[in-house]
Design a protein around this ligand. Structure first.
Ligand code: ZN
Ligand code: ZN
Length: 471
């Protein structure tokens, strides 16, 4: 990056082309160039995973990630770069996580704590395990029936392209421990919400209902959970006992923060286009897929759009903090900026594999724009969907404003092989598919950022004087 983005934009807008300087590429050409050769998204993922690595929300590692991202945005010529701090209750995993079947088939199992898990006493807890094939079975268990027991909550999860299996299997993690605690359990272990066959537990957040004291809650790796299921098939009614020891802690309020930066539009009085990702990851995961990739994609796309000429509307990137542990960054951002209208929001947080479908929430209200975007991305193999886009986790502000949303649906077939595991590393990034993401985003964001009418409805918006910026 010898030249900053600002310089490139100024060049494209304000300097008469010299005879030997080719005209700037138009938007479609920029998108095609991204498809052929973009390395900026990959460089972001490589840099963040190498120089920072895992970045658990509320820790000094997440703070280093914010500082790293600020430098990156500066290098790329973004303007109005800021860290917007907020306080959040911070949970850390501790350094002890052991699970051992103590009878009748004694052996160790691979386990990691779930976010918000309580600690066991030193030395652990030992109790009989009660097996539930899924959360619905657990829900049906009588109140008090788990008193003094450890619940083991399983699920059946297979790969799907659209990620729908997460909604199906995810409740085992999201609410399983809380339900078990409310029925008297002293601990809970789940089959990891994942689709791989490595002995890597998939962590992730769990939650406990108000008034229910958190219990120790862990995720077993997929093969270890399958092993425990086989034990139940062979135990012939004999109790299976498990010793579980973990020492996660709640640290109380700690600082996290959102990172923002802008490509300032020709008319900054128009509502901006908001591109979102999250900068934090779980402590055990370098987070190349989740979500360094998303941040790399949106920044590369914003840069790419600007290189085809300064857009009409401002493009703002939001690298949200503390997403994994409860969407704290997204919530804080909406609270702080709710009164400032956003034109449209898009998030990237589903890895780095190819985009295969485009959905909006304005297909009915602004069919002209929906069709324009659909036809512009068709050449990248993206179909136009009929689902109503709901936006991603970091777009709370747009949902709170009841604004325009787009989902650029990525192929999630292998996402849950890696999700929240130590395997979520740089080598899993397929640069050909990553470039397709940047190309599609460039095309979509470029159209949106130059849209003169209200995006949700297509109705004209009051014209304000355009401001020529030539910094
Ligand atoms: Zn994520
Ligand atoms: Zn995640």
């Amino acid at each position: 990056m010898n030249r900053t983005l600002t310089a490139l934009v100024a060049l494209s807008l304000c300097v008469p082309a010299a005879a030997n300087v080719p005209p700037p590429l138009d938007l479609a050409q920029r998108a095609d160039l991204a498809l052929a050769s973009d390395n900026h998204a990959y460089a972001f993922i490589e840099g963040l995973t190498t120089e920072v690595g895992p970045r658990q929300a509320g820790t000094e590692a997440e703070a280093r990630a914010r500082a790293w991202a600020v430098e990156w945005l500066k290098q790329y010529g973004f303007e109005n770069i800021a860290i917007e701090p907020f306080m959040m209750d911070t949970w850390v995993p501790g350094d002890i996580a052991h699970a051992r079947v103590t009878g009748p088939f004694a052996q160790d199992l691979e386990v990691l704590p779930l976010g918000n898990s309580a600690a066991t006493p030193v030395g652990g807890i030992e109790a009989e395990v009660v097996y539930f094939r899924n959360v619905d079975e657990l829900r049906a268990a009588p109140d008090g029936s788990l008193k003094g027991k450890i619940a083991f909550i399983s699920h059946a999860m297979s790969r799907t392209q659209d990620g729908s299996q997460y909604g199906f299997a995810g409740p085992a993690r999201w609410v399983g421990a809380g339900i078990a605690a409310s029925k008297g359990a002293v601990g809970a272990v789940i089959k990891s919400v994942g689709t791989d066959n490595h002995r890597n537990p998939h962590t992730g957040g769990t939650s406990f209902p108000d008034g229910i004291t958190p219990i120790p809650a862990g995720a077993l790796s997929l093969p270890d959970a399958a092993n425990l299921e086989r034990m139940f098939a062979r135990a012939k009614g004999r109790p299976i006992t498990l010793r579980l020891e973990m020492n996660p802690r709640q640290l109380g309020p700690k600082e996290s923060g959102n990172v923002v930066g802008e490509i300032v539009g020709r008319n900054p009085s128009l509502p901006p286009v908001l591109l979102a990702c999250h900068i934090d990851s779980w402590w055990n995961a370098p987070g190349a897929f989740d979500d360094a990739a998303g941040c790399g994609i949106i920044i590369a796309a914003a840069r790419s759009v600007a290189e085809s000429g300064r857009p009409l509307r401002t493009i703002r990137v939001l690298l949200a903090g503390a997403e994994e542990v409860g969407l704290f960054g997204s919530t804080a951002y909406s609270k702080a900026h709710l009164a400032e209208p956003i034109a449209v929001g898009i998030e990237s947080d589903f890895g780095a594999d190819r985009i295969w479908r485009f959905d909006s929430n304005f297909r009915e209200t602004n069919p002209v724009l929906h069709k324009k975007i659909a036809s512009a991305v068709a050449r990248f193999g993206v179909s136009s969907g009929t689902d109503v886009a709901g936006g991603g986790a970091d777009l709370n502000i747009v949902r709170d404003q009841k604004g325009a949303l787009i989902d650029l649906q990525q192929d999630g077939t292998r996402y849950f092989d890696l999700h929240h595991t130590p395997d979520d590393t740089l080598d899993k990034i397929d640069i050909v598919q990553l470039r397709q993401n940047v190309a599609v985003w460039t095309q979509v964001v470029g159209i949106l950022a130059n849209e003169e009418t209200a995006i949700l409805t297509g109705t004209p918006i009051p014209a304000a004087p355009a401001i020529m910026q030539s910094n």
